[in-house]
Design a protein around this ligand. Structure first.
Ligand SMILES: [Mn+2]
Length: 333
């Protein structure tokens, strides 16, 4: 089995306020130091970030210098469309055409910057598009606006011959009570409607879990459609998107994900979207690398022991469960 390519979202390597402590428990860490922490952590190959909050044309050269120092790849650059007052009620699907245009421009800026770094992925997250109150939002209009904005983005991408893959990252709730395209199936419906080889999906495992989704089902659905271009790994107890290191709460579910990705020959990045509000971000990265590799060795053993053949006998649930536990014991021994 090949080495997993792992990247870290540098937004998690910082002081992280919550709504009950808006000052956070730590000190702010400058962006370049965050990239250095990724580079100094064994097993980390790349990083992910937002424009303009974590990179601008003014800081571009400094970022390039630090990433080259550590031989890191810039894996994902996302245009921030949910941190400014103008995006309070929406962005790519806002009712106001000027706000939608501002959001589209922000994504275009991220694509321009990303192309200079050969960034393979740019994520779209409809954080503020959606609703809080019943009947508040005209979803017929919201879906029309969102599709139109994505079409504009994809036209721009092709007009510039960019090779970046643009990915919708679904999340059911937070910050809005209901975020537009909140589930994996909804995101896939958009990808099918856009029908562009450069437009697909980033499955964030924690988001799919708080949506109550079955991970191996949803990964398979998107992989089968050829639309899985990126992944975000993290973990939670399915009540809130708390972004713990992958495998710390649901290790067997992590094995399910890695198994399906391996079966499909996924060769993309394994992104980490972690929020260590109280803990050391380096510990979070190290634990993530360890657990991803452990899940991978369990999958290797499952492959050797004939899991694929057992899955073809649809009644082998108890035997597969025993095999899985035996492989976990062996991999951890
Ligand atoms: Mn994510």
């Amino acid at each position: 089995m090949k080495e997993l390519k792992i990247s870290m979202g540098i937004w998690g390597i910082n002081n992280l306020p919550d709504r009950f402590n808006t000052r956070g428990f730590k000190d702010d860490i400058p962006v370049l130091d965050r990239i250095r922490l990724v580079g100094e952590t064994e097993g980390m190959d790349g990083f992910e970030l937002h424009l303009p909050t974590e990179i601008t044309t003014e800081t571009e050269a400094d970022v390039r210098r630090v990433m080259d120092d550590y031989n890191l790849s810039m894996v994902q650059l996302c245009g921030h469309t949910w941190t400014e007052r103008q995006f309070v009620n929406g962005a790519l699907a806002d009712h106001d055409p000027a706000i939608r245009a501002a959001a589209v421009d922000r994504v275009k800026e991220a694509l321009d910057m990303g192309a200079r770094f050969n960034v393979p992925i740019s994520v779209l997250w409809p954080a503020t598009d959606g609703s809080d109150f019943p009947l508040q939002s005209d979803y017929f209009a919201l879906y029309d606006y969102y599709v139109d904005s994505v079409q504009r983005i994809m036209e721009y991408l092709h007009a510039n011959n960019y090779t970046t893959k643009v990915c919708l990252e679904p999340k059911p709730f937070e910050p809005r009570s209901h975020i537009l395209y909140g589930t994996t199936g909804q995101a896939l419906s958009l990808a099918m409607e856009i029908n562009d080889p450069n437009f697909g999906i980033n499955i964030d495992v924690g988001h799919a879990m708080i949506a109550g989704e079955v991970l191996e089902d949803q990964f398979s659905l998107v992989l089968r459609a050829g639309k899985l271009f990126h992944t975000h790994f993290d973990d939670n107890d399915q009540q809130a998107d708390i972004d713990l290191p992958p495998g710390t709460v649901n290790f067997i579910r992590l094995v399910q994900c890695i198994y399906v990705l391996d079966q499909a020959g996924y060769d993309g990045w394994y992104g980490l979207d972690l929020f260590p509000y109280r803990d050391d971000p380096v510990k979070f990265m190290k634990l993530s690398v360890k657990n991803l590799r452990l899940a991978q060795s369990v999958v290797e053993l499952l492959n050797e022991r004939g899991l694929a053949e057992m899955r073809r006998q649809s009644g082998a649930g108890p035997e597969i469960s025993e095999l899985t536990m035996a492989c976990i014991r062996e991999a951890t021994a």
